[in-house]
Every structure is written in C-alpha cells, then in structure tokens.
Design a protein around this ligand. Structure first.
Ligand code: PEP
Ligand code: MG
Length: 893
C-alpha cells in the first residue's frame, strides 16, 4: 500500500514534491532538532487522488489514525479527551509557496465537552473560548462554505459592547456566548458542527485538499505559471497557543530585511495572539528586535534558531514562531519572499560570506527582479513640489518598493476589469486585502491599504508580484459604499488619481512624474551582472536607432548593436518632408535631389552610432516599412481636401492635398504587411537603399581615417527567396566598394540578412551563400508563421487564447518553440551547413525575454539583441541558460 502519511520525523527537505514546501520544511526542522510541535504530513499524491476521485485513497484513513496515535504519544495527550485534549491545525502546503492562496484550519479537537472541561481546569478560560470560536469560524467558512460575514457580524456586534472595541477586549463570558451564536449559524446555514474530532480532522483535510482547486489558488498558479497537477500536501500539527497571556505571543521573522536585504532579524511579534492576527494586520505588532529588551531569553533562542536555519538552507528564511507561556516553538520556515533590491543584496552578500558560490548567487536572482529594480521611481523634484502643494495625503508602511500613479479603485473585480481589459493604471485601495482580492491585485499598478503591517497579506502578495505597495495608512478612512476615502477634510473619489511610493510609504493625491533609476548606482546589480558575464555564452547586443540609444545600450553592457531600424530616422520632424518629397517625386531628378538632401543627415546618424559603439559591431538594417507609412493618412487627407474645398481658402494647399491623395491612393495595399516592404522596396526603389549604403560607408570611412575602427554590418530585411538577397547584395556591395575607393580607405564590414519570412528559414542554406550573418526577426517570423497580425491580434483574440489555455503564452512575447522555434532550428542547421562560420543572432522582441533567451542559448546563437533597458535582464537570463546547461537536465548545483 502506498505511504500517504509521513510523520515529521520521517521526512526531509528533499521531499518537496511529495510533502510540499511546508511539510518538507517541518520535517527538516524536526531533523535539525528545532522545537517543532509534533505532527505529520499527508502527501500531495493523496491530494491528487482526492481531486480526481472526490474521496480519500484506500488506506489513508488508517494511516491518519496511526499517525494521530504517534503524535498523541509524543505530545502526551489525546484527541477528544476532555481531561487532556490534543488540539491540531491542518494547513495546506504545495511544492511552491503560494502564500495565503489555500486554506488553514486551527484548533481542531475542540468541541463542547472538551472546551467546557478545558475552561474549567484552565487558569485562562478566555483562551479556550477564543480558540473554540476561531475553530467554528474557520471550519464554517472553509469546510462548510458559510459566508464569513455571518461570523464577523456577530463578532462586531460583541466588540461594540466593549470599551476598547477590539477582539482582545472580549472576555471569556462573551466569547462563550459568541460560541453559542456561531453554532446557531451552523444550524441555520449548514449542518451542525461535528462534535467528533476525528470527523473534524477528516473534513478539514478534505477542505484543504479542495482548496488546491479554489479560484484564488488557480488564478495564482496561472499567473505564476505553476503547474495545476502538483497538488497540495496537508500538514496536521499539534497546536501551540500564542494567546495564553502576556508571556505568550506569535510572530514572523526574516533572517534579513526582505525589503532591503540588510542582515539581521527583521519581523513582527504580537503578544497574546495567534498567527492569523499578525497576518490579518488587525493589531499593530512590535518589531521583533524590540523583543531583545522585553524577552531576552526568547530573543536569543530565536536568533540562534534563525541563524541555524539560514546557514542550513543557505538562503534568507521567513520563519513563523509562537511563544506559549514562555516556551518558543518554531512553526514554519521557508525561503523568504523579497524585493528585487533585497534579492540582489542577499545573493551578493551571501556569496561574500561564502554561504553560496557566485554561480549560485547569479542563479538566485530572477531576470524579472532586474526588471523590477530598473523600474521607474518618482522624480524627487516633482514629489517635493507635490508636497509643497499640500498633496501629501498620508503616510503608511513602505511594504513593497517602487512608484505608481493611477486611479483609485476599491473593488478588486473592477480593478481586474480596468487594469486587464482597459489597460488603465489602477491603484487598488482597500482597508486590508485578503486572498479573495488577489485577482484584482494582479492587474493593479499599486496597492494601498489602511491597515496591516509588513507581513500582512497585502504586503506579502505585492512583494511577490513586484508591485509598489503602501499598507497601514491609518489616517485614511475608506468608505466602500460611497466609493471614496477621506483624510481629514480631503476626499478622494473612485477614479481620482493618486500616487503611492512603496519605497517611502507616502501617499499623494494626483499624478507625479516618474524617472528611470540610475543603473550605474545599483552596486549589487553591477556586481552580480559582472559574475553573470563570466558564465554566459550568448553575447547581448541592443536594438538602437539613435546615437543616444547606443550610448545607453553600452552603459547597460551591450556588446554591439543588433538592429538599427534606419527608417526611424526618417520619421524625425524636419526629415519627413524630404522623405515625402523623395517618395512623391515625379521625375528622377526630383527624387535624386531629395535623396541628396537625406544623405548627409543619414551619414550624421550613422557616424554618431559608430562613435558610440567604438570597435563593436553595428548592424544597420536598410529601410523596411511600406512607403505609405511616411505619408499622411488617406482619411485625414480626404477630410482636409473637403474642408479646403468648402472654405475655398487655400487653393495651393488644396492642389497639394489632391496630389497627395492620388499618390496615397496609388500606394494603398489591402495587406501592407505582406506588400511592398522590406527588401522588395530596395529592389523596386533602388535609390533609397543605395543612398543608405553610401551614408553608412561615408561615415565609416571618415571615422576610419580619423583613427577609429567602426564595424558596420549591412542587413537586408524580409528576404524570402535567395534571388532577392543576391540582387541586393550585388548592387549594394558595388556602392560600398565605390565609396571606399572614393575615400581611399577600406572598412571591415559584413553583409547579411534577417530571417523573418518562413520561406527564408526553410531555404537558409541557399540564402547563407549570400549572407555572412543571419538575424532572426522573430516579430515578423511569428506573425507569418501563425498568420496573426502583430499589430492587432493581442487586442482582438490573442489574450483570450492565452486565458483559455488555447495558447500557453503570447507568442509575440515568448518565443513559440514548437513552431517558430522549429523554423529557427532549421535555419540554423541549414545555414551553418552551407557556411560554417555564419554568425547568427536574434533581434525580434524575444531577444529581451528570458525564456526566449534560453531557447536562443540552446540553439547556439551568437547573440541576442534587445532594447537597451532589457540588456541587463538579458545578461542575467543568458547566464541562467548557461548555468542550467552546466547543471545538466536534473541538478541545479
Ligand atoms: C522583426 O520582425 O522581428 C524585426 C526585428 O523587425 P521589425 O520589428 O522592425 O519588423
Ligand atoms: Mg521585421
């Protein structure tokens, strides 16, 4: 019979698949000799059977009963024994941490008889009734699906009768009456609460298993790409109580500050409370460091255990603990969620402390965290001005860094709709958040709450999502019904703009402009990237159209320019009229004149880029888009012509507009993306590309003569047939040769092509004979392979496809390995066969996407090219790919 149940003694940290992260952690801590309340774990496999069949697998009940006996023996009491009862918790715990997404039920084992006996024998009768009401509340909501508000309304009514109005102000007598009222809720809403603790236990385990497929857990897994078939384990553990008086309490401690990465204990402790009180942020807790003065022995022991766990796991730990009448219990440890900034610091510091290797440090930081670190923040001057204008509304706790401006939305459903469907920046504003709000949080730009601390639900989830978050802004009064919040006299309504600074905890009314972070000052990131550079094989180049982009790209560490889209230079305001004149020229002389005027401008552009890049390669792609893109829109011209005709004001302009209308009409195509663009343009209008090549070589020769060493690479777009490339090459190389002869100097250059048409990929062997390099234009290649418009598909159907699971991801963001990737593989193989030294890279948007970068590494490309801001991300992702390869298919070390 399969083993479904493991006592904590029987497991270890390596058994995450079977015991979940929490179960494996409890087992490992037990093994390390830490004070862990005894218990056992029911495996993820049992959960999967339960999910599939709707009942426990055979043998599970017997194994649970046997495990309960062992725990009873260890704890010295018995489930359901009124004289000496064992109370347990049942907690979920999947392989990957999904904080707050699944369910937990505490205090199982209490019933009327046990509670009455316990209360009679206990010095602290209050805690017994408090524990019982909590069980009834959790069990009712989670196991029986009773609306939680029914219980909360009763609590609120009773709290209102006390002077303090808090849960701790309820006395034993009141709590006992609350228990009676809670039981009555069961009778009216569901069936009676089960008196038999074994029935409670079984129902609770089933509910925890069921929560794996609850909406919020499924949403969370979809967002984090966690497979749905892993299942959760259920951990059954002896209860310890933090609410037995002032020598008891409960807390959460991190071994380093999860916001900054600074070394030292960081966390919160709430005296006379159970864990859920800390997480819910109902009362404001103490800082853990303050325990040092108040409970020095406990603090020293906690510090010792925390350090032991950090050294053992070699990572920042997030530890839950309870003090029960002066005795410390460690309930849980896991790798602590952290901000991007903390992730870098912890990784670099731990490598410095020799806890981990440099490779491991590189592996520990996610490319997404580099993105977060390079997120915009508020312009300090704009913020100062906002302060002076009296727009600083409130101050809360700086729970997750970053700056966000957006509209106030109170309802998570609305936040989801506005953020996801309408792409509006939303600041989700709540009194406090709960797991039921996560779907709204996923689509917000920032989170603001008026209650809670650094480990409240809002803080933990926001940090995990990399969202700016301010919590516990207590001066803000939220009125959900009215759809507004107020601070003193100021009222902010739903839809008004606010700005939150998750790094400082400030909340402003109105928008504040943001600025980009200073990459050069991110010390730990720079260190980490220097380590990443040592292990990666892929080079990282940048897509840059202007000298200023090239300068920035180099600052970020680009090793070349992989795509300079020359037509972007044509769009500049003062150049567009010349470009239009060139397109509309009626005689060859007219066209020549326009091209002659463009030549020095382009030469200047290229010179600037070559200067910025020194001796690094610069791939310049010749003109690509259809020419009508440079002309005014047909519809706009029609409107203008009609107005001019009616007013009769400017006959010369009318003539011009009519000429433009004719030209634009003549160029109109039904399918411009499949029309006269790319290399087809150069073939049909040779003057433009000849001018561009002349400009490139005049610039390069000039610099070479001045002692520089530019390396231009001429790239032809949208080649589908080898003959297209052949004719372009012959013509353009002639121009190159001519310029070099005129200038009396030679420049090293390469001639190559983009691979962005499926036929080009399939005939790469023929094409490679005329190209020294290939660059995959995966934007067009994806468009043409799927037959999806790259401009419209996302809004029309693509995101719906992703949501419904028809596609695993947006193929314009993450490379489709099976289709587009296969074409790339064919092109690499055929291309290299025909020309072994063929240089191959990628310059589509995928060049900055970590998963796609991993694929490029596997294909053996020489480089990925991405936007300058993505260069640091790509450097790290390329290192991750190399480290994964080094580790082999299984291991990570
Ligand atoms: C591409 O198609 O992937 C590409 C880089 O070219 P563009 O986006 O300019 O069409
Ligand atoms: Mg393209």
């Amino acid at each position: 019979m399969p083993k479904w149940v493991y006592l904590f003694h029987d497991g270890n940290a390596k058994m995450r698949d079977l015991l979940g992260g929490k179960g494996a952690g409890l087992a490992e801590m037990t093994r390390l000799g830490l004070p862990v309340p005894p218990g056992f774990t029911i495996t993820t496999k049992a959960c999967n059977v339960y999910s599939a069949k709707g009942r426990f697998p055979p043998g599970l009940k017997v194994q649970i009963a046997a495990a309960v006996k062992r725990v009873e023996a260890k704890a010295g009491n018995r489930l359901g024994d009124p004289g000496n009862p064992l109370l347990v918790s049942v907690r979920s715990g999947a392989k990957f941490s999904m904080p707050g997404m699944m369910d937990t039920i505490l205090n199982i084992g209490l019933n009327d008889a046990v509670a009455t006996a316990l209360a009679a024998s206990s010095e602290n009768e209050r805690y017994v009734w408090d524990a019982y009401r909590r069980l009834l509340q959790m069990f009712g909501r989670i196991v029986r699906g009773i609306d939680g508000h029914k219980f909360e309304a009763i609590m609120d009514r009773w709290k209102a009768k006390t002077t303090g109005g808090k849960d701790t102000d309820l006395d034993a007598g009141m709590l006992r009456l609350i228990v009676d009222e809670f039981r009555a809720v069961y009778t009216s809403e569901s069936k009676d609460f089960p008196e038999d603790p074994r029935v409670q236990l079984e129902e609770a385990i089933k509910a925890v298993f069921g929560s794996w497929n609850g909406k919020r857990a499924v949403d969370y897994r979809n967002f984090h790409k966690i497979p749905h078939d892993l299942g959760t384990a259920a951990n059954v553990q002896t209860m310890v109580f933090g609410n037995l008086g002032d020598d008891s309490g409960t807390g959460v401690v991190f071994t380093r500050d999860p916001a900054t990465g600074e070394k030292g204990l960081y966390g919160e402790y709430l005296a006379n409370a159970q864990g859920e009180d800390v997480v819910a942020g109902i009362r404001t807790p103490l800082k853990v460091r303050e325990l040092k003065g108040r409970m020095p022995r406990i603090y020293a022991e906690l510090n010792r255990h925390a350090m032991k766990l950090e050294r053992h796991y070699r990572d920042l730990q997030d530890i839950e603990f309870t003090v029960e009448r002066g005795k410390l219990w460690v309930l849980q440890t896991r790798a602590g969620k952290r901000t991007a900034k903390a992730a870098m610091k912890v990784a670099v510091d731990m490598a410095g402390e020799r806890l981990i290797t440099r490779d491991e440090a590189v592996r520990r930081v996610e490319p997404a965290q580099v993105i977060q670190l390079l997120m915009p923040r508020f312009d300090e001057r704009a913020k100062e001005a906002a302060r002076k204008e009296g727009r600083l509304l409130a101050h809360g706790l700086n729970a997750s860094p970053g700056a966000a401006t957006g509209i106030v939305v109170f309802d998570p459903d609305e936040a989801e709709r506005l953020g996801r469907d309408e792409k509006r920046p939303v600041i989700l504003t709540r009194i406090e958040t709960s797991p039921d709000d996560v779907h709204g949080m996923l689509h917000a730009k920032g989170i603001l709450t008026t209650r809670g601390g650094a480990t409240s639900h809002a803080s933990v989830v926001a940090r995990g999502l990399g969202l700016p978050c301010v919590v516990g802004a207590e001066s803000i009064r939220v009125d959900y019904e009215d759809g507004s919040f107020s601070v003193g006299e100021s009222i902010v309504r739903k839809g008004d703009a606010v700005s939150i600074d998750g790094t400082t905890g400030e909340v402003f009314v109105g928008a504040i402009s943001t600025i980009d972070p200073d990459f050069r000052r991110e010390k730990e990131l720079l260190t980490l990237l220097s380590w990443a550079d040592k292990v990666r094989r892929l080079q990282v180049w940048a897509n840059a159209d202007y000298p200023r982009d090239a300068v920035r790209a180099r600052e970020f560490g680009a090793q070349g320019i992989g795509l300079c889209r020359t037509e972007h230079m044509f769009f500049e305001q003062e150049r567009l009229p010349i470009v239009q004149r060139m397109i509309l020229a009626e005689t060859e002389a007219e066209r020549r004149e326009a091209l002659d005027r463009l030549l020095p401008i382009q030469r200047g552009d290229f010179k600037g880029i070559f200067e910025a890049m020194g001796d690094l390669p610069v791939v310049i792609r010749l003109i690509d888009p259809p020419l009508h893109e440079f002309l005014p829109k047909y519809e706009d011209l029609l409107v203008e012509a009609a107005e001019l005709r009616i007013t009769g004001k400017d006959p010369d302009r009318l003539k011009e507009v009519e000429r433009l209308l004719k030209a634009v009409a003549a160029m109109k195509e039904q399918n411009p993306m499949l029309g006269l663009r790319g290399c087809r343009l150069g073939i049909m209008f040779p003057g433009v590309t000849e001018m561009q090549v002349r400009a490139i070589f005049e610039a390069a020769c000039g610099l070479k003569k001045a002692g520089e060493d530019p390396h231009p690479e001429i790239m032809i777009p949208l080649v589908g047939h080898v003959n297209e490339l052949r004719v372009e090459r012959e013509k353009l190389e002639r121009v190159a040769k001519q310029v070099m002869e005129e200038q009396g100097i030679r420049v090293d250059y390469k001639f190559g092509t983009m691979i962005e048409v499926p036929r080009g990929a399939l005939t790469a062997d023929e094409i490679a004979l005329h190209a020294e390099f290939f660059s995959f234009g995966t934007n067009d290649l994806t468009q043409m392979t799927f037959g999806y418009s790259r401009d419209d598909a996302e809004g029309k159907f693509l995101m719906a496809y992703v949501q419904r699971g028809i596609l695993p991801a947006n193929p314009f963001q993450t490379l489709d390995r099976a289709g587009v990737g296969q074409l790339m593989r064919v092109a690499v193989e055929k291309g290299r066969k025909a020309r072994p030294d063929l240089k191959i890279g990628i310059c589509g948007e995928h060049g900055g996407d970590p998963e796609s970068i991993a694929f490029c590494h596997e294909l053996g490309l020489k480089y990925v090219s991405c936007s300058p801001f993505r260069v640091p991300v790509a450097r790290l992702a390329a290192a991750h790919a190399a480290l994964r390869e080094k580790a082999g298919p299984k291991g990570t070390d």
